[in-house]
Ligand binder design. Structure first.
Ligand SMILES: C[S@@+](CC[C@H](N)C(=O)[O-])C[C@H]1O[C@@H](n2cnc3c(N)ncnc32)[C@H](O)[C@@H]1O
Length: 400
């Protein structure tokens, strides 16, 4: 079957000054351009489509918030139990409750509870006592993005979010206890138990993998000989680079547990020889980075840290650049999305950082990161939007 456009971010922004055309951002003056190559909604109105609702439709939206976790769980179980797949197979004819129960997937009571909530969510509809799958239901059943998000919310975030309020107050990931006893999620990543482990990696890789191939030519157009991959994780970007260019050397920085996995992956690919592993706790601000780098790469990395730490990361990155080198930041900035569905997914990842991952990081607006880089000796040189699902690639050069 074919679902509607799965691309969350398909807008190409040419070089030079940009106009804010974000669908969630109705700038007061739509012809206003901002200096440099950064695009910001900060001065205009930021409004999702639901914000325009009034009267009963607005009240209905408020109830969707009130019952959000209930609907989430019922639809998730309807998917996991095979109920939605059964309705998909039943096609335009649909299935009666008796026929559903006869499949043995669910008993009558469970099926009615799930189906009735699925009705309220528009996931199924009922016609002449027969249940039919809707387009929303098809998205839950077939759309990879939706499924990866559901698994991540359930397996990684759901229990921990109960501690969001205290986590925000204390700026500590107090919900992480639901997964294990570590100061941040990243110390636990290598030993995370299932199903959280698979759901975390699928979520992380689904987003970043989508942009790597498109980002590669931009980085290699500048012919770097030495590239440093900060927050290298399992070595996916490093592998892309080593396979792309036969002479390039990569230096991987991450916590020791993650680098062990990266080592195995590089070994398996026969590419370990051109890679240097450099275990580091980035939060030790006195730990210097290896120097003389032509390109420093940080993908979905800065979102793991608060602004003070990001400043210290940029400062050390600037110091380890070779003359003429660039710092590259690939990330999902919520202000640079072409569709509100993308901004919605990106923004709603922030509470995971608060309650589970770090306690003090989030999905940032691009100007915040660009400003932080500027204060740490790095000026924005290029900004390329529309990579992968929802990524932007920022290139920085040393100020002096
Ligand atoms: C969200 S993942 C991104 C991984 C990869 N760059 C990508 O694009 O898929 C963040 C990475 O930062 C690493 N990280 C987080 N905190 C760290 C710390 N204190 N020191 C070193 N690395 C850290 C994590 O281990 C993880 O591999």
């Amino acid at each position: 079957m074919h679902l509607d456009d799965n691309t969350l971010h398909s807008m190409e922004i040419p070089g030079g000054a940009e106009t804010c055309t974000n669908s969630i951002c109705a700038a007061k003056d739509s012809t206003t351009t901002v200096p440099t190559q950064s695009r910001s909604c900060a001065g205009g109105t930021i409004e999702f489509s639901t914000a325009k609702l009034r009267g009963l439709p607005a009240r209905f939206e408020a109830q969707k918030i009130a019952f959000g976790p209930v609907v989430f769980q019922c639809v998730r179980i309807a998917w996991k139990s095979g109920l939605l797949a059964h309705l998909d197979k039943a096609g335009k004819v649909g299935a009666s409750l008796d026929e559903i129960v006869a499949t043995g997937l669910l008993k009558s009571y469970a099926a009615t509870v799930l189906l009735e909530t699925a009705l309220t969510a528009g996931v199924v509809r009922r016609q002449d006592n027969r249940y039919l799958l809707t387009r929303i239901g098809e998205n839950v059943l077939h759309d990879e993005l939706t499924q990866i998000n559901i698994d991540y919310v359930h397996d990684v975030c759901y229990q921990g979010l109960f501690a969001l309020e205290e986590s925000l107050r204390e700026e500590k990931p107090l919900g992480l206890q639901a997964l294990g006893d570590w100061p941040t999620l990243y110390e636990g990543l290598a030993t995370l138990s299932e199903p959280a482990r698979t759901s975390w990696f699928k979520f992380d890789h689904y987003y970043s993998d989508s942009a790597f191939a498109q980002a590669l030519p931009h980085v290699f157009a500048r012919r770097p000989g030495r590239v440093m991959d900060i927050g290298a994780n399992t070595g996916k970007w490093t592998l892309h680079c080593l396979q792309h260019e036969a002479t390039v050397r990569l230096t991987l920085l991450d916590l020791p547990g993650q680098l062990e996995q990266a080592r195995l992956n590089l070994q398996q690919a026969g590419l370990l020889e051109r890679a240097d592993l450099h275990p580091i706790d980035i939060l030790d601000y006195d730990a210097p980075f290896p120097g003389d780098m032509d390109a420093i790469w940080m993908s979905q990395f800065l979102t793991c840290f608060g602004l003070e730490a990001i400043g210290h990361i940029f400062r050390r990155a600037a110091a380890s650049l070779a003359d003429g080198g660039s710092v590259w930041v690939l990330d999902t900035f919520w202000d640079r999305q072409a569709h509100e569905i993308a901004s919605y997914c990106v923004i709603n990842t922030s509470p995971y950082f608060s309650a589970i991952a770090s306690g003090n990081s989030k999905m940032y607006e691009s100007d915040v990161i660009i400003g932080c880089a500027a204060a740490s000796g790095l000026k924005l040189a290029d900004a390329i939007d529309g990579l992968g699902i929802s990524h932007s690639l920022l290139r920085f050069e040393r100020t002096k």
